[in-house]
Unconditional design. Structure first.
Length: 315
């Protein structure tokens, strides 16, 4: 058996058992992938894949165990490469950050310029997507780390650590009735008051939308959500043109930048949320990744991250 066979098996599983897609991702032929897998199964003496004719339909029970072993082997192979790079090219390489639009737009601009100044030879890439997609990127090693509020902590295979907490804010135009509330009245806003107006807020996969739905549902209130979007900039745009009031992450509202809108904090109604950083368990992290994480928030120390990722081993 050899690493090439391991790669073929792993990529076939990642591509939902589509050999054509696996071959395309590995820059080889579909018959070559199929032949290598069959030879590997013959060598092991067990069938890894369930088949219907020539089509692969899923993993056998032995195949599930083999898949886990292959994942561990390939992770350690990747770790060897990272160890080599760490000592041969200490301040060079790449850093792929999987994040939602909110993190890319509002959190990372305060971190990446300083990181680039310290590590000018490290190529930084942002990969945006839904929280579920971000978790998959890290698990499949298409990204070094993910930053999101939802999903990460519930994803097997990811070590996650808290990054920062935040609350929701309602944004309205200056001519909206809610904008005329006194400071004390604004602090006493109720869900029933918000539900009197059309609402623009996040898609169900993003930025605490579940908490918004649960809060209204708990009081048997059915808000008129007229538009859902994946980022706060779109929400604010439609609030500005009069479509309704917006409910966004507080980090996405800045009174200096959003001078055409009024922000009303509503954490009391929708709770406090934690954005987390997710890293694949067991991976070797380059020094500059540790530095980036600590620049992200001081609580993400090398020791804390190493214990989470490596299971309390030394970094």
């Amino acid at each position: 058996m050899n690493l090439q066979q391991f790669r073929f098996v792993r990529e076939t599983i990642r591509r939902d058992f589509n050999l054509t897609e696996a071959a395309r991702m590995l820059y080889t032929s579909q018959p070559g992938v199929s032949k290598a897998i069959i030879e590997f199964e013959d060598e092991l003496g067990v069938k890894i894949f369930e088949r219907h004719g020539k089509r692969i339909k899923g993993l056998t029970k032995p195949g599930q165990a083999v898949s886990q072993v292959i994942d561990r082997i390939m992770r350690e192979v990747d770790n060897l490469k990272k160890v080599s790079d760490e000592f041969a090219r200490r301040d060079e390489g790449g850093l792929v950050i999987a994040c939602t639009h909110t993190q890319a737009r509002y959190l990372l601009p305060g971190v990446i310029p300083g990181f680039r100044k310290q590590f000018p030879k490290v190529r930084v890439s942002l990969a945006e997507g839904s929280p579920t997609q971000l978790a998959e990127m890290v698990l499949h090693e298409q990204a070094d780390l993910a930053i999101a509020t939802e999903s990460l902590a519930l994803t097997p295979g990811l070590a996650t650590l808290p990054c920062y907490t935040w609350e929701h804010t309602v944004v309205v135009r200056p001519d909206h009735p809610l904008a005329e509330l006194t400071s004390s009245a604004a602090k006493k806003l109720t869900l029933a008051q918000l539900a009197e107006y059309p609402i623009v807020t996040y898609d169900r996969a993003f930025s605490g939308r579940t908490a918004i739905d649960e809060a209204f549902s708990a009081q048997s209130i059915h808000p008129d959500i007229v538009l859902e979007a994946i980022d706060a900039d779109v929400i604010k745009t439609y609030v500005d043109v009069g479509l309704g009031i917006g409910i966004i992450a507080g980090v996405a509202y800045d009174p200096r930048r959003d001078q055409g809108l009024i922000g009303l904090p509503v954490g009391r109604l929708f709770g406090t949320h934690t954005t987390r950083v997710g890293i694949k368990e067991g991976v070797f992290l380059r020094d500059y990744v540790y530095t980036f994480l600590e620049m992200l928030t001081p609580t993400l120390t090398r020791k804390a991250v190493a214990e989470a990722v490596q299971g309390a081993k030394d970094a």
